[in-house]
Design a protein around this ligand. Structure first.
Ligand code: ADP
Ligand code: MG
Length: 229
């Protein structure tokens, strides 16, 4: 068996720094959830790719190319920028495969909201469920923010406790704060993701009630950049 330290050093040598840093977590989650080899291979590379994107700091809506991403129109997004969705505590959900622009749009809208004077928090689904003091966080969220962006629901498998925490949080935020969510999971597979439909159905109901839902299709922008380079 290779040691984590030695393995992490090899990933670093290949400049896969995010993977090296999260290796123990990723392996632990894979073991706990008994995922397939194929899913594991996908998890490693998706983790690295998305953390690299995050390092490219702010994603402004002005930089979004609607000629490449044609399953959403500029008009549809611009309509959200009067922020009645925040005033009315409505949610936005971006669904689609990796690289189609979900995080870019979520952050772009978030930046505009901040410029308009709203308080917006950005977090990933993974970071949220790993937050131990969830009760405290709920209080903070209710007091201090108008909207929360929850990025990447569904990329990494969650254990039951994580799922329960997330469910609690969504419950707490429901009709209090806007949630902007990005996910690679379609509603139909949310049942598997949340372990059983008894739990998934109320979560999904809460999320899609008063939601603006965008199903993004098309090719990955990341692959476009690679192939045209
Ligand atoms: P997702 O969250 O759907 O996996 P991202 O929003 O992170 O995808 O997009 C991946 C990368 O491609 C990011 O660097 C993002 O800024 C860029 N990108 C994606 N779609 C577009 C687009 N239509 N126009 C400009 N840049 C895009
Ligand atoms: Mg993303």
């Amino acid at each position: 068996m290779p040691s984590f330290d030695k393995l992490a050093a090899k990933y670093k040598a290949l400049r896969l720094n995010s993977t090296a840093e999260s290796l123990t977590d990723i392996v632990r989650m894979a073991e706990e959830n008994e995922i397939s080899y194929l899913q594991f291979a996908d998890m490693l590379v998706t983790h690295e790719l998305s953390s690299r994107d995050k390092k490219r700091i702010l994603k402004h809506l002005e930089e979004f190319d609607y000629r490449f991403q044609t399953t959403v129109t500029k008009k549809q997004i611009s309509r959200l920028l009067d922020f009645t969705f925040i005033d009315n505590r409505e949610n936005i959900i971006f669904i689609g495969t990796p690289g189609v622009g979900k995080t870019h749009l979520a952050i772009g809208i978030g930046i505009k909201a901040v410029e308009a004077g709203y308080k917006v928090m950005f977090t990933t689904a993974m970071a949220l469920i790993e937050t131990l003091e969830l009760a405290e966080l709920k209080g903070e969220l209710k007091k201090k923010i108008n909207a929360i962006i929850i990025d990447e629901l569904g990329y990494l498998p969650m254990n039951r406790k994580g799922m329960f925490n997330l469910f609690q949080l969504i419950n707490a935020l429901y009709e209090y704060r806007s949630v902007i969510l990005t996910t690679n999971k379609n509603f139909t597979s949310w049942g598997d993701f949340f372990f059983d439909d008894n739990v998934a159905v109320p979560v999904v109901d809460r999320l899609i009630h008063h939601s603006h839902i965008f199903m993004l299709g098309g090719d990955s922008y990341r692959l476009k950049q690679k192939t045209s380079a």
